[in-house]
Design a binder for this molecule. Structure first.
Ligand SMILES: NC(=O)c1ccc[n+]([C@@H]2O[C@H](COP(=O)([O-])OP(=O)(O)OC[C@H]3O[C@@H](n4cnc5c(N)ncnc54)[C@H](O)[C@@H]3O)[C@@H](O)[C@H]2O)c1
Length: 465
């Protein structure tokens, strides 16, 4: 193969073009938008809570926080640096604080309760992914949104990441001709992957399984990239590493007799935030953050393979691994004219990409490592051996800067231009979690599941049409 290095630095272009003029709507002197938050766990406080106070305090005001755990509520208030009242009753919070928007960051299987109730009480909602965990709840959310006329935003932050944005931008140029299939494989390492099995995520009645909790991100990216609606899903999955698949188990890591033997021993006492957030508040609700990942009530899959057929005839092969030696992913789009591939954090590739000299220089002048890191998009034509390697600037912080861009779009300037349709609503939320729900059903019932069995939304060759 003849190599032709064709390097374009796409990241800055994407960030600039997608998110032009993020501060345009800063309304000096205007009343602050009243926001309430339900679910003051790690995501609610550290992704939405404190960053909103820090970055949007000039235009946003938290008027209430709600959680079932009063201890976690008090911690959240002080961590976020807010003075608003706290509630253990959601309706009471809405009645007393009259928010314009509620942010939902509770356990996945409870999202629908707060989304629906908030809309019934006349409040717009921003929910964390997954929008919900089963098809009945998804239907109820869509019906309530229609009936009440309120707005639901689903916080799909991955879309806003620089590399994913750059892939979307490249696909829009149709470099591979008609897209026919996609390969997408996601690897969770033994830290991140294992952590899902330590707490509520390991129980499907709370998380819907990782096919919903985690893969909703990936299915949303697929829907967005392929720009069509899913039609049919068939999947395999099983639990054969974590859960009951071990000879020994404890109650939790703190009081376990097997700490020296267990490869997954985690000393939560070394994690100050986890102690403040969870350990010190166990007495209120019994939520144990460092549960044994070998416990027998884990009932989700730890390996998953899913095939998806789209209304535009594209077919997808997807997999999710929960005990990989490294954390990363690979995606490839196959077309009649070519192939577009990308990946992140594949170790052998990373060694080549990191220029240690530049890395050290950047660290010394306090600019971080972004300047010395980049990700790649590899573009090939089926009939020409030359290829393009598109270089995308990488930033480590907050999903490649995507988190900040998502929040700018929602809070700073909702009207900002959105040429690549990064913003996601209830239809996107439904279509992504329905793929996971269909995959779960396919494994349970050993059959192909049609998306139309689960929803009144009619899958369309062009997404959302
Ligand atoms: N977009 C992302 O990348 C991302 C990352 C992490 C988490 N999340 C999502 O954020 C949400 C929260 O995750 P987390 O990691 O913060 O979990 P967490 O366990 O730390 O927090 C959940 C909080 O919800 C509270 N809660 C549970 N049931 C409740 C109820 N019925 N009423 C009120 N409060 C209730 C709990 O007490 C806890 O404080 C989940 O939906 C998760 O999927 C998204």
């Amino acid at each position: 193969m003849k190599r032709r290095d064709f390097i374009a630095t796409t990241g800055a272009v994407v960030a600039g073009s997608v998110l032009a003029n993020p501060f345009a709507a800063s309304a000096a002197g205007a009343a602050k938008k009243r926001i309430a938050l339900v679910g003051t766990g790690i995501r609610g406080t550290s992704f939405w809570g404190k960053p909103i106070v820090d970055n949007y305090g000039d235009i946003i005001e938290f008027v209430g926080l709600c959680d079932i755990n009063p201890g976690r509520l008090e911690w959240a208030k002080s961590y976020m640096g807010v003075k608003c009242p706290v509630f253990t009753d959601f309706d009471e919070m809405i009645a007393k604080t009259k928010p314009e928007m509620v942010i939902v960051t509770t356990v996945d299987a409870t999202h629908h309760k707060f989304i629906i109730r908030a809309m019934e009480l006349g409040v717009d909602v921003l929910t964390e992914k997954p929008m919900t965990t089963d098809e009945t709840k998804a239907r109820a959310i869509l019906e309530t949104e229609k009936k009440t006329g309120r707005k639901l935003i689903v916080g799909f932050n991955y879309r806003y990441g620089i590399l994913f944005s750059a892939i979307k931008e490249q696909l829009a140029k149709k470099p591979i001709g008609e897209m026919t299939s996609v390969d997408f494989h996601w690897y969770l390492n033994t830290y991140h992957g294992a952590d899902y099995f330590r707490r509520w995520h390991g129980e499907r009645d709370k998380s819907g399984s990782l096919l919903v909790h985690k893969a909703t991100h990936h299915f949303d990216l697929l829907n967005w990239f392929i720009d069509s609606d899913p039609v049919e899903v068939v999947a395999f999955g099983s639990l054969e590493h974590y859960g009951r698949n071990n000879k020994f188990r404890g109650v939790n890591c703190r009081n376990c007799a097997y700490t020296s033997q267990c490869k997954f021993y985690w000393d939560i006492k070394k994690d100050q935030t986890a102690c403040k957030l969870y350990v010190e508040n166990e007495k209120y609700d019994g939520y144990i953050r460092d549960n044994c990942l070998w416990r027998e009530d884990i009932d989700i899959f730890d390996k998953m393979a899913v095939q998806i057929k789209y209304a535009n005839n594209v077919q997808v092969s997807y997999s999710l691994t929960t005990y990989s030696p490294y954390e990363g992913w690979r995606i490839a789009f196959n077309g009649k004219e070519g192939r577009l591939e990308s990946w992140e954090d594949i170790p052998w590739r990373r060694q080549e990409l990191i220029n240690q000299g530049a890395l050290h220089a950047a660290e010394m002048n306090q600019q971080g490592s972004a300047a010395s890191r980049y990700d790649e998009i590899f573009l090939m034509n089926n009939f020409n051996p030359e290829y393009q390697m598109i270089k995308v600037e990488a930033s480590r912080g907050g999903h490649g800067g995507g988190d900040q861009r998502l929040q700018d779009k929602i809070f700073r300037n909702p009207a900002m231009a959105d040429p690549y349709k990064h913003a996601a609503g209830s239809r996107d939320g439904a279509m992504s979690c329905l793929i996971g729900i269909a995959a779960r059903k396919s494994i349970d019932e050993n059959r192909i599941v049609k998306i139309e069995e689960l929803t009144d939304i009619k899958p369309h060759p062009t997404r959302g049409a």
